[in-house]
Design a protein around this ligand. Structure first.
Ligand code: ACK
Length: 361
């Protein structure tokens, strides 16, 4: 079930192009309001069309708020110039003129996963189960998902990279919901030699940040795995990582999920109501099992990304098919014998158990 590793490119095989400010002003008709796509952590993003090639791109104009923005700019150019993978947003080029810092990326026509999951639009259908799994895990015809992008950063890049800011708003979607990771301003080169962590100032996004990293500032690959677990939980449940419209422990998706993970009869309560029961039961269990392992408090209990990719490859093969999967509702499902057998044999999700991911699928 393991897919062939896709090797990292030679470091000089991909070079970001240097743009002049005039070229990017041209491409966006002087950053015209109608081309504004949105505002990310580090600046405003515009859609543009490059003169000459006609290529449609996304142009991020970094905030000019002192040194931090510049550092992120350099990290992003260096990280992405050295990376090339179908699940990482391609950096086409950059511009550093006067105090202006801009990054030019491939344009991702469907926008962010955050927007698809959490913003209802009349013009758009709710993401169905199969599409959600494709985004996270990939699906058929060599289309890999967000997890593969993380695997590339952790296991294929030389030196390996900790992403540090994995969240739904940084997962962008191309045609056919092909998912790519974006925004590498916080990325860090991973520990080398015998080191298990790099010590840094704690940065990232509240709600996605691993508790061990938040507490100690010790950043490990397992910090990204925790964030991945939060993203997977959001995808399955439709809840936000932090939801300020709720009160108490329900505000945090992790605090809400932990007690539910202890009782498998409650798993059905966790499926996004917007799915209207249209998901394969085993798929729901497996996705939640993976998420539960990723968000464990102890970093060394969290799985490695390669194991997650393996488990997800299997999960994505369990497509939802309305002809063979009845629509689920909490009441109807508990009486299903086959489900009981599946769940009791394979999914004992007591929090902190030491089952390997392979055993779960
Ligand atoms: O959710 P969105 O539509 O997708 O709004 C945000 C906004 O810019 C701030 O990050 C969008 N965005 C960022 N990078 C790209 C890109 N490469 N292609 C298309 N949209 C992008 C993101």
């Amino acid at each position: 079930r393991r897919t062939a590793p896709d090797s990292a490119p030679e470091s000089d095989s991909f070079k970001a192009r240097k743009f002049t400010l005039a070229e990017l002003v041209d491409a966006t008709e002087n950053f015209k309001a109608e081309y504004f796509l949105g505002e990310g952590g580090f600046g405003k993003v515009y859609k543009g069309r490059l003169q000459g090639t006609g290529e449609v791109v996304a142009i991020k104009q970094l905030d000019r708020n002192g040194g931090q923005g510049i550092r992120e700019f350099v990290v992003e150019v260096l990280t992405l110039s050295n990376a090339e993978h179908p699940n990482l947003v391609k950096l086409i080029g950059y511009c550093a003129e006067g105090d202006q810092r801009l990054l030019v990326y491939e344009y991702m026509p469907l926008g962010s996963l955050e927007d698809h999951l959490h913003v209802r639009r009349a013009s758009r259908k709710v993401l169905d189960w199969n599409t959600r799994m494709k985004i996270v895990a990939g699906g058929g015809e060599g289309v890999a998902g967000a997890a593969k992008g993380l695997e590339y950063l952790h296991n294929k890049m030389k030196p390996p990279v900790i992403y540090r800011d994995l969240k739904c708003s940084n997962i962008l979607l191309g045609e056919g919901y092909h998912a790519k990771l974006s925004d590498f301003g916080l990325a860090k080169v991973g520990p080398s030699g015998d080191q298990t962590h790099v010590s840094t100032r704690v940065m990232g996004t509240y709600g996605y940040c691993a508790p061990d990293y938040a507490l100690t500032g010790q950043l490990t690959f397992k910090s990204d795995i925790y964030s991945f677990g939060v993203v997977l939980l959001e995808i399955v449940t439709g809840r936000r990582a932090i939801d300020n419209r709720r009160t108490g422990p329900e505000q945090s998706i992790v605090e809400w999920a932990k007690p539910l993970f202890k009782d498998r009869k409650k798993f059905f309560q966790m499926a996004d109501p917007a799915l209207e029961g249209q998901y394969p039961v085993r798929g729901l269990y497996q996705a939640l099992a993976i998420a539960a392992m990723c968000i464990q408090e102890q970093p060394n209990m969290r799985p490695q990304i390669a194991d997650i990719v393996n488990a997800l490859n299997y999960l994505v093969s369990q497509k939802y098919d309305p002809k063979i999967h009845p629509i689920q509702s909490p009441g109807s499902v508990h009486s299903s014998r086959s489900l009981k057998r599946d769940s009791e044999e394979k999914f004992d999700l007591g929090f902190g158990n030491e089952e390997k991911l392979e055993d779960l699928v």
